[in-house]
Structures are given as C-alpha cells and as structure tokens.
Design a protein around this ligand. Structure first.
Ligand code: HEM
Length: 422
C-alpha cells in the first residue's frame, strides 16, 4: 500500500477528497485493479468471510456491552435480561455467541487452506506469522468472552485454564494471584476479563490490517503454488473477486443465520445457563468446541518427563501438558522453516498431502477426545493423536522436503488454466 500517481475520478466530491487524502486512489489500487491470480478456488473466500465475522462480532458486542453489567452479582442476570427484555437482545446475543463459532470455522478452514497450498512459504512467512498471532489473540478473546455470562461453565472454565499458570516453576502461584486479582476467580477477574474482551478485538483489527498489508506486498498465493509471471496470469480484483467473495460470504451467512435462528444453543453447554457457584464444581468442565483439540493435548500429558527408572524429573506432568498445549500452537509459526520442500502446493506433493490429511484426522480425533473424560480409551486416542501432531511438524515436514518426489509443475498459471478448460 504505497504512494504513486493519483487516480482521476469522475465524481467531483470524490476527486476533491482524493486530492487532499488519496484514500480512493488507495482503494482503487489495492482493491480495484489489484492483480490477483486468476485460478483462485472457493477456499480463497475465507479471509473475506473472517473479516465479515470480525466486524459482526464487534458491532453486536458493542450493543451487548450497552446492556451488560460486569459484576459478579449482576452479570448472569444482565445477560438473562438481554435475552428476555432488551429489544432484539436475544438476536444480538445469539449472533455474538454463535459468531464466535463461525469465526473459528472460518479461521480453521483459512489456516488449512494455507497449509494445503503452502501459502506460509517464502515470501509469505511474515504474513503467516501475523496470522498465527491473530489466532492466539482470537483464542484469548473467545476465552475471556465465555467468562462474561458468569455461568458455571464461565467460572469453572476460567478457573481451570487460569490455574494452568500455577504450573510455571517458582513464579506460578504469584502470577496466578496477580492474574485473578485475588485468591480465586472472583469479581476482579470478571472485571479485567471484560476490559480485555472489549479491547482485544481492536488489537485484532490492527493485526489484520498488517496481515492484509503484508499480503498486498507479496501478492496472493494460489492453488498451483506458482507465482504469476505476467498479466496473462492475473485478473483485477474488482469485479472478479469482489463478486466471488460476495457470493461466498452470502452462502456462509445463510449457514450462520441457520445456526442463529434454528439451533442457537446446539454448540452450547447446559451448564452455561446455570449461575456460577464457586462451591459447586460441575461434573464435566468442557470448553467450547474450538478449544477441544488443544484441551485434549493439555490433558494427554499424564506422565512426568525425566530419566526413566530413576526419580529424576525434569518436567512434571502438569507443566508438560501446559507446554505441549502452547507448543502445539507455537509450532504453527515455525512452519515456513520446518517445511523444507521447494514445491508449495500439496497438489504436486503426494506424500505431504497424505501427511496433512493425517494431521486433520489427528486434530479431529483430539477434538472428540477433548470432550470426553481424560481416561481409558479416550486418553490413548489423545496421546496417539498428540504424538502424530508433533511428529508432523518436527519430523515429517522437515523430512518430506528431502525424500518426497514431487509432480512436475505447470509452466504458468495461464497455461494450467487453459489446459484445464480445453
Ligand atoms: C481475523 C482473522 C483473519 C482475517 C480477517 C484474515 C484475512 C485474510 C484475508 C482477507 C486474506 C486474503 C484472502 C484470502 O487469501 O483468503 C488472507 C490471506 C492469508 N491469511 Fe489470513 N486472516 C485471518 C487469520 C489468519 C490466520 C489465523 C492465518 C494463519 C495462521 C492466516 C494466514 C493467511 C495467509 C497465509 C494468507 C495468504 C493466502 C494466500 O495468498 O494464499 N490468516 N487473510
């Protein structure tokens, strides 16, 4: 998004503004004529979809905040009041509540697309890392939002996850007291989570801005994973991709609306409708579905890590689980360097394609196991899937680049597209 010659617009008001602040020239350059590979498939809709969901979450969140009270004695009731007495409050809340799930659906597909087509590879490493940062911020925002209704799931979910910090050697307990603002999850915790839940979406907006900026410096990757070689390989973003994105957004919004109007609590838990009681622990504390794979990893480390047959322990099981959980997200950020292959797209990488399907299977298995009690068969399922998850990043990815026989790449995007059309 740099400077350059200014466009001349027919509309005098637009021209007047543009002479003083060339925002229309910028839009025209970055979204009007921006050269975009002509072979995008529907996977390339999900960045735009994520943006629409982000805006929806901020708008509904602001209106919810006008009616919400962040106090331990009033939070639960204020949410019930929004649902029953505030005009269209139920709609605002159901959009916001289900919007979080829609966001993660869009983002998980967006990330998978990037992994499948090698969009994280040079020169898009920083774009990818900014994406991983957005993912972490999104998780933190969703986690803190879930505590706000101050239900059994809110309070106990917050207790379980924040308590993880106590596993950190030496400073863990003090850190936890500092995080809570007291000696348990209580009113100060609710207040600070509310403040951060309101703030973080705007931080996400800022990082998304950098994400798009980085994208417009390198240009988009595409399903073939080869760079455009000239104008014959690209199309102007408008009207081709403004139309294709609009279509994808509409289809996604139909699904979103279906969830809001016909199954608003399908992804919710009954205990999220019971007020928080610090003296009554629910039988199962289950996080939201989008956290389940990571929750399963956290609980899969049931053993101390040390020297076998001795009493020497380097990392206790609890800390091991915490490290594994955060490590599983952090590893994503190292993908550009862990993958040593010269070829980007899985279309031309048969072994990588198989390994990636394995990763998806392991992620789904972890998600299912995360919802079950951490014992018996489900514990083994989590442990095996976790082992594959880590092996994918630290063993399979670096190795495949050396041993995999890739398929021949087409000469250009244009050549591949016209060959397919013929
Ligand atoms: C609020 C969250 C996010 C928003 C709004 C967002 C938005 C976008 C948009 C609009 C694009 C261009 C269109 C497209 O390629 O789909 C894009 C591209 C991309 N995003 Fe995101 N993104 C988000 C999160 C992420 C995350 C979590 C990752 C990875 C961990 C990621 C990685 C990428 C990559 C690698 C590209 C380039 C794709 C290519 O050129 O093939 N993004 N993003």
């Amino acid at each position: 998004m740099g400077s350059g010659p200014r466009e001349d617009f027919k509309n005098p008001v637009v021209n007047w503004i543009d002479e003083r602040l060339p925002v229309f020239t910028l839009m025209q350059k970055e979204y009007g004529v921006f050269p975009t590979p002509k072979n995008f498939n529907y996977f390339w809709n999900f960045g735009a979809i994520a943006m629409v969901v982000l805006v929806t979450m901020i708008v509904t969140g602001i209106f919810l905040a006008m009616n919400y009270t962040a106090h331990e004695d009033m939070a639960f009731d204020s949410v019930e009041r929004i649902m029953r007495d505030v005009n269209y409050g139920w709609l605002l809340r159901y959009i916001h509540m289900n919007g979080a799930s829609m966001f993660f659906i869009a983002i998980y597909i967006h990330i998978y697309r990037g992994m499948y087509y090698g969009s994280y590879k040079k020169p898009r490493e920083l774009l990818w890392i900014l994406g991983v940062l957005i993912l972490v911020l999104l998780m933190a925002t969703a986690f803190m939002g879930y505590t706000l209704p101050w239900s059994q799931m809110s309070g106990w979910g917050a207790t379980v996850i924040t308590s993880l910090f106590s596993a950190i050697p030496l400073v863990g307990d003090s850190l936890l007291t500092w995080l809570w603002g007291g000696f348990s999850v209580d009113n100060p915790t609710l207040n600070r989570f509310y403040a951060l839940h309101y703030l973080l979406p705007f931080v996400i907006c800022a990082v998304v801005f950098l994400h798009i900026w980085a994208l417009h410096v390198t240009g988009s990757n595409n399903p073939l994973g080869i760079e455009p070689k000239g104008p014959q390989d690209t199309l102007p973003f408008h009207p081709y991709y403004t139309m294709k994105d609009s279509f994808g957004i509409c289809v996604f919004l139909v699904f979103f609306a279906f969830m809001v109007f016909f199954a608003p609590n399908y992804l919710n838990h009954a205990d999220h409708y019971v007020p928080f009681d610090p003296l009554v622990t629910p039988q199962h504390i289950v996080p939201e579905w989008y956290f389940l794979p990571f929750y399963a990893i956290l609980r899969a480390v049931t053993f101390d890590i040390g020297i076998p047959l001795t009493k020497i322990v380097f990392i206790e099981a609890k800390l091991g689980g915490v490290l594994a959980m955060f490590g599983s997200i952090a590893l994503l950020g190292f993908m550009p360097w862990l993958d040593t292959s010269k070829v980007r797209s899985a279309k031309f990488r048969p072994m990588y394609k198989l390994a990636l399907f394995g990763l998806v299977a392991a992620f789904v298995a972890l998600g299912i196991a995360g919802a079950k009690p951490a014992e018996g068969l489900w514990l083994y399922v989590s442990q095996v899937s976790m082992a594959y998850y880590f092996a994918f990043f630290v063993v399979i990815l670096p190795m495949l680049g050396k041993i995999e026989k890739t398929k021949p790449l087409p000469g250009s995007i244009h050549e591949a597209v016209t060959a397919k059309a013929k």
